[in-house]
Design a protein around this ligand. Structure first.
Ligand code: GLY
Length: 434
């Protein structure tokens, strides 16, 4: 079977790499892809939102399964468009993708389904939002309703910051008119975060190995928020007890409520969890795999990913037994190497050296994100997050050591990375948490 992966980041390189290992897969295409997907698969220069062109390509190449990486095409209805043409595609419909694409929808669904989440209010005018913020005795988070390229969630420490966030989203409409028409103002929660990703179809939910992301740009969780500067799996915070609790209290009621509302979810349901000292809460849902969480998670997945995704698409997920989902017991760590200036402005087109040397280290895979293959085979930078250097190790400490050894072999002008990826996993689990 031929497979098409949609997207161009590190998550999509990991998908291409993993799907290419399936005995069921003859060839993997990636639209539009990056230098890494060009090496492990075949790139096709089609934009992720050009559904007509993607459908023409899928028909011409007789693609047996399309797998969508990013949220944008999902929110724009790529699954509905492919299905209308009788094409097999993995991911939620436009209606179900609202769980990520509309923060208002998501929070109301959580309230309706009694999912533990931060208390919140929805506003469609700035003035009542400001008054509400001034009346709160705790710090808040202000969220634009719509997708905002990962920038629409503003975590505030003071009333002034929160009011500035309302103005950014609703008055200056910095994330666009539609995204800022409504906002969610919610109580800011404190605790460690965990990414719990689950494969969902019908009422079947298969939780994947838990991972922990590192959202801030710099060590010690300082600096601006990014798409994620590194991840590791399994995260000790994601104990079997916690995962069982998340499944029972959040995933099951959410999936059932969506089914009852005739917007059943099929695809990856990603719960952003925070472990507070009052118990765990769902910060947000995403409708797709996490980036960079996917890189260490897929590095550890021993089962055939293609079979799992096909089972979800064909409504056979309930037939997957525990043996159908096998993990390498070794931890994996992914360190993101980013362009200087990211998440702000950064340069592109910088030559990347040392990729071959890094690849020689056993149990290391360098997943590409913002990279481009130049004629002649030179790989240059082409984005903020450039590479996700991922390693397996006998222990988390060994996986970290190996990932950083590989990072040290690679260089490009302006490169920076966090030095503390996975460090939290080495510490004792927080007290009072199951
Ligand atoms: N790593 C965060 C995300 O994928 O949304």
């Amino acid at each position: 079977m031929k497979v098409l992966v949609i997207g161009k980041g590190g998550r999509e390189h990991a998908l291409v790499w993993k799907l290419a290992q399936s005995p069921r897969v003859e060839q993997v295409f990636c639209a539009p892809g990056n230098a890494g997907t060009a090496l492990d698969g075949v790139n096709v220069p089609i934009d992720v939102n050009d559904f007509d062109y993607l459908i023409r390509f899928a028909k011409k190449e007789n693609i047996g399964l399309t797998v969508v990486g990013p949220e944008d095409p999902l929110a724009n209805g790529i699954v509905d468009a492919f299905q209308a043409q009788g094409l097999r595609i993995f991911g939620p419909t436009k209606a179900a993708a609202q769980i990520e694409a509309s923060k208002v929808y998501s929070k109301k669904l959580m309230r309706h389904a009694d999912v533990p989440t931060a208390e919140f209010r929805v506003f469609d005018h700035p003035e009542p939002a400001r008054k509400y913020i001034e009346s709160r005795e705790y710090p808040v988070v202000v969220k634009a309703d719509g997708l905002a390229a990962g920038k629409g969630v503003i975590v505030c420490s003071t009333t002034e910051e929160a009011i500035a966030a309302v103005n950014t989203i609703m008055v200056r409409e910095e994330f666009g008119r539609a995204a800022g028409r409504q906002i969610v103002v919610e109580k800011r929660l404190e605790g460690q975060e965990l990414s719990v990703l689950a494969l969902v179809a019908g009422r079947t939910i298969i939780t994947l190995a838990p991972a922990q992301d590192h959202k801030r740009a710099f060590d010690g969780d300082t600096g601006p928020n990014t798409g994620g500067m590194g991840a590791y799996s399994p995260a000790p915070l994601g104990s079997p007890e916690l995962l069982a609790e998340i499944e029972k209290d959040a995933l099951v009621p959410t999936v059932h409520a969506m089914k009852r509302a005739r917007t059943p979810f099929r695809g990856i349901l990603y719960a952003g969890v925070i472990a507070t000292n009052q118990g765990s809460r769902i910060l947000e849902y995403n409708c797709r795999l996490g980036d960079p969480e996917t890189q260490p998670v897929l590095m550890r997945l021993k089962s055939d990913l293609c079979e799992l995704l096909e089972a979800a698409v064909d409504d056979r997920l309930g037939e997957i037994t525990e043996e159908g989902l096998q993990w390498d017991p070794r931890p994996a760590v992914c360190v993101v190497m980013a362009s200087g200036g990211y998440p702000g402005a950064y340069a592109r087109g910088k030559m990347i050296q040392g990729l071959a040397e890094a690849a020689q280290i056993p149990d290391v895979k360098v997943f590409h994100a913002g990279t481009r293959l130049e004629p002649g085979g030179m790989v240059v930078t082409d984005g903020g997050r450039v590479l996700g250097v991922t390693a397996l190790g006998g222990t988390l400490a060994e996986a970290r050591e190996r990932a950083y050894e590989a990072v040290e072999k690679i260089g490009f002008p302006g490169a920076f990375w966090r030095k503390d990826i996975g460090e939290k996993g080495l510490m004792k689990r927080p007290e009072g948490h199951s």
